[in-house]
Every structure is written in C-alpha cells, then in structure tokens.
Write a protein that binds this ligand. Structure first.
Ligand SMILES: NC(=O)c1ccc[n+]([C@@H]2O[C@H](COP(=O)([O-])OP(=O)(O)OC[C@H]3O[C@@H](n4cnc5c(N)ncnc54)[C@H](O)[C@@H]3O)[C@@H](O)[C@H]2O)c1
Ligand SMILES: [Zn+2]
Length: 383
C-alpha cells in the first residue's frame, strides 16, 4: 500500500545537478522525499550514519525521516531539535548543537542532515563545516525560502551582535532533498516571503520566467504540486548555475543580492523583530532597485511598476506605505537606511555596490554608485 502511494511521487522526481568538481551534488525535488530520505542518502553514505538537526516546527517530518534512516541502519542519535527563527543562529545554539553531535560520537565520515528553514540550514550547516574539520552535510529545506535559496550554494553561518551572517563558512552540501509537500504547514506569510526570492531569480536573469510567474502565481500560492515543483526547479537551476560559475562570490554570485542591499537596511531598521520578514524586505528592496535603475536612465520606464504590480498581487510590500503597515505605523528615515546600507558588507570605499537592472531579466552589479544619489532617491521616495 505504501509503495503504491509513493509511486506517483517517484515518477515526478526532478533533479538539478550542481557541478563544482569534487564538491558537485544533486538537488532532488519530489513529494515525499523528506520522509523517505534514506532511499537517496543510503547509497551516498556508504553505510555511514547521519545525525539529524531539525526545526521544532517540523517535528513530524523529522521523526518520519529519523524512522526511515533508522530502519535502514543510518541513524546516529535522537533528533536534535532547535527553534526556528533568527535567534537560533547564535554562538550559544551552535555550541549546543556541536556538543550534542560530539556526544553522539560524530566522526568525519558521518553526516549531518539539516531539516528546517534557512535558519536551521545555516546553523547545522556551519556546525557540519567546523565539526571534525568538516563532515558531510545534507540539506532538507522546509520553507520556500530555504528550498529555492539557502539550501543551495554552500553558505553557512551564524549571526553576532555586530550583524547577520558575519561568522560562517562555505560548506557545500552532499545532497539537497526538496520535498514541496513539507510546505503545507508553512504559514502563508512565510510562503509569500519565500516567493519574493523566486521573483528575484526571474528579475535578475529570466524574463520568460517572470511572465510564467505572472500567469501562475495563483496556483503557485495554492500550492498546486506541478506549478510549485516547476517554480522550485527553475529557481534551483538558476541558483546552481550562478554558484557553479562563481562559487565563492568574487563576481557573478553578487547578482543574487538583487534587492538585498536595500532589503537588509529595511530589515535592520525594523530590528529583526519578525515585523518585517526577510522576503518582504527583499520585495520592497527589489522595487527600490528597479526604481533607482529607472531614475538613473539605466532601465526602461515601467519596469518598476510591473514588478510592483506583481508583488502587490501576491500580497508582498512594494512601497513604503505597505512597509509602514507591516512596521506598526513606523517609517524609516533616508539617513537611517543609508547608514544601514553603509554597514552592509556589500559596500566598498564609500560607494555602494548595488545590483541594478537594465530590464526584467537583466540585472548587473554597479560598483560605483554615489551614496548621495541613493540618498536623494530615498528622500524622494520617503517624502
Ligand atoms: N545560506 C544562504 O545562502 C542563505 C540564503 C538566504 C537566506 N539565508 C538565511 O535563511 C534564514 C531565513 O530562512 P527562513 O526564512 O527559512 O527562516 P526560518 O528558518 O526561521 O523559518 C521561518 C519560520 O518557519 C518555521 N518553519 C520552517 N519550516 C516550516 C514548515 N514546513 N511548517 C511550518 N513552519 C515551518 C520556522 O520554525 C520559523 O518559525 C536567514 O537566517 C537568512 O540569513 C541563508
Ligand atoms: Zn534573500
């Protein structure tokens, strides 16, 4: 009976290969993958066991995954649960996770499976990167953001009092298992925030994908399995391609920061309180990048408007008025945003590095954007 149930899922399995020489891996996308992770991870492990670090919010999925691994003789210790949310990306939680893994007797040939959103992936990924100088990592992302973005590409890390993601390592996973079914329990608002990153891929390099999203966003948000799977696969392909060409972010990978310099400043201003989610800040940040591109004459008029219309349709903030409602009536000042932008790591020698647009599907990195121009622009937009 079980096998019959799982057959359609297996037929609909999709794969995206990330070619990074000895660090190459496959992203598997398919319904039911998380609970049957041993099927893929068994052959990969040569019989060596995995420990699981999981988000408390996906306890049922983690328990099923653990049971499946155990049945295949591949489980090391009980599941280590961590709360989702930014506060868990800390030295204190990292220490707890590492201590628990060491108590299980983790060895270099073992693996760590991260089951959860971007927070768990970044945290458990970093633990895997530094434990015994690096153990095998498997990402099983359970938020839309993690499925299309953070689980692919090998960036891991934690936050400090000085800022987000300031301590970390590149540590590519050995496999990524994306099970879109796990999103069924994800709050709508978190789903929308992840969707903003999907729009980012369309905007930065694939105009046809942007049209496709315009046609399919409704069924996407209703979690139509084939639409959701297509959007995830297209996004992962795009990220994989960029990571393959620029693994350590010395060039092209910076394009993935489209909307993020503005977005990070908005998040920092909002205080990472949960009032404004990362994807929401990025949505507004992308509109600001498009508007600024138009203002500088780099991009045809109307691009920012089309983008904003699409984001509004799905319920994402696309202007400062929408931001104000999220932030309980508060509004940032241009100078505060500029100050946070200047603190962002994508800034060199007093000038902003900004990802700007020549059109939908055509982003580029501008390395010499005068701070004054951005400030004038923000003054106008916030007037
Ligand atoms: N490594 C990278 O390349 C990269 C890229 C983008 C973002 N990130 C990082 O990712 C983090 C954000 O990730 P996120 O948005 O996934 O946040 P998150 O991990 O905090 O998850 C969001 C919320 O959803 C809950 N959750 C997770 N899966 C669920 C499910 N299936 N059902 C119900 N609830 C569920 C979590 O407990 C949490 O409350 C940030 O720390 C960011 O810095 C990393
Ligand atoms: Zn992002």
């Amino acid at each position: 009976m079980l096998e019959t149930l799982h057959q359609p899922a297996q037929r609909d399995m999709r794969q995206v290969r990330v070619n990074l020489g000895p660090r190459s891996y496959t992203i598997h996308v398919g319904e039911g993958l998380a609970e049957r992770c041993g099927d893929i991870l068994g052959p990969l492990a040569n019989g060596r066991p995995y420990a699981i670090v999981a988000d408390e919010a996906v306890r049922a999925i983690a328990e099923s995954a653990a049971a499946h691994l155990k049945a295949n003789g591949l489980l090391l210790g009980p599941v280590i649960y961590v709360a989702g949310g930014e506060a868990s990306k800390s030295f204190a939680t990292l220490e707890q996770v590492c201590a628990a893994l060491l108590a299980f007797g983790v060895e270099r040939s073992h693996g760590v499976i991260a089951i959860g959103g971007g927070v768990i992936g970044d945290l458990a990924g970093f633990a895997a990167a530094i434990l015994k100088r690096g153990v095998r990592l498997v990402q099983v992302p359970t938020t839309l953001l993690a499925q299309v973005d953070s689980s692919v590409g090998g960036k891991t890390g934690i936050n400090t009092a000085q800022g987000k993601n300031l301590i970390g390592a590149f540590h590519q996973p050995a496999a990524v298992l994306i099970d879109p079914q796990t999103l069924q329990t994800l709050p709508q608002r978190e789903f929308r925030a992840g969707y903003a990153e999907i729009v980012k891929y369309a905007l930065l390099g694939d105009a046809a994908f942007f049209e496709w999203l315009n046609a399919h966003h409704d069924s996407m948000h209703r979690q139509d399995p084939s639409v959701l799977r297509d959007a995830i696969v297209t996004s992962c392909r795009m990220k994989a391609g960029i990571v393959e060409r620029d693994e350590l972010e010395s060039g092209e990978r910076a394009l993935l920061n489209l909307g993020h310099t503005f977005g990070h400043a908005i998040e920092a201003w909002a205080g990472y309180s949960g009032a404004v989610l990362h994807g929401e800040a990025v949505a507004l940040g992308m509109v600001l990048a498009a508007e600024f591109s138009e203002r500088k004459g780099l991009c045809a008029r109307g691009v920012a408007r089309r983008l904003a219309d699409h984001l509004r349709q799905v319920g994402l903030p696309a202007d400062f008025t929408a931001l104000r409602s999220l932030a309980g009536g508060r509004m940032p000042s241009p100078d505060v945003l500029i100050e946070f932008m200047a603190h962002d790591k994508k800034v060199t020698s007093g000038q902003f590095n900004l990802v700007l647009l020549r059109g939908i599907g055509a982003a580029f990195v501008a390395r010499d954007v005068p701070v004054k121009d951005v400030r004038d622009f923000l003054c106008d937009r916030l007037a």
